[in-house]
Design a protein around this ligand. Structure first.
Ligand SMILES: CC(C)(COP(=O)(O)OP(=O)(O)OC[C@H]1O[C@@H](n2cnc3c(N)ncnc32)[C@H](O)[C@@H]1OP(=O)(O)O)[C@@H](O)C(=O)NCCC(=O)NCCS
Length: 170
């Protein structure tokens, strides 16, 4: 299987915030943003693997900035690392200023998807070759995040999480 670059999986979804998608403060409801990110990330994982992909875990979400009603929101998803059957997808969320058109970073998230066959069994995915400095940084940190996610899910012994442990002990 030929390796792919993050730009080959790049997925951009732009949509408005409508009244039914807001909380009582008239800001975008967190669950609505999670759903938008899940859809964009799923498409990115599918573009990388050309397989059916399922969400295995949501590793990190930071709602740093609220997103007001009527905003134009852009969700950008790219595969940041491919393992054997799983892929980490990194999401950047931008909000566009109505008057200047300038985009400001609102949120970030990291999802993990697994490629599966028609029976839901995990299947191998192509390797990922990061290109830009940011893609390389995200690629390198992805292994630690995978280990943390597996430890928290009770699927890996903390002792086996070598790269994660190295963050704390030198
Ligand atoms: C995701 C799923 C396929 C994993 O199945 P599994 O039996 O754990 O399979 P495996 O142990 O072979 O793991 C498959 C891969 O997922 C990774 N994985 C499993 N759980 C994980 C977690 N919590 N965090 C990160 N990675 C995880 C494994 O490390 C492995 O990765 P690798 O092959 O790249 O090394 C299975 O749990 C599933 O189908 N879940 C439901 C998915 C779904 O419906 N999502 C939508 C929710 S509504």
């Amino acid at each position: 299987m030929e390796a792919k670059t993050p730009s080959q999986s790049k997925t951009i979804m732009t949509d408005m915030v409508l009244p039914s998608e807001t909380n009582p403060l008239n800001n975008l409801f967190g669950g609505e943003l999670l759903a938008r990110m899940d859809r964009a990330a799923s498409i990115a994982a599918r573009r990388h693997s050309r397989r059916i992909t399922v969400t295995a875990s949501v590793n990190h979400v930071a709602f740093n900035r609220s997103v007001p009603l009527g905003s134009v929101v852009t969700v950008e998803a790219k595969v940041s690392r491919a393992f054997k059957t799983s892929m980490e997808v990194y999401l950047d969320v931008w909000v566009e200023d109505r008057k200047s058109g300038k985009r400001e970073k609102a949120n970030e998230a990291i999802y993990t998807f697994v490629a599966v066959d028609d029976n839901g069994n995990p299947v191998k995915v192509p390797e990922l070759k990061p290109e830009t400095p940011l893609e390389i940084e995200r690629f390198e940190a992805a292994l630690r995040r995978k280990q943390l996610s597996l430890v928290l899910a009770g699927k890996m012994k903390p002792d086996d999480a070598t790269e994660l442990k190295a963050l704390f002990f030198h």
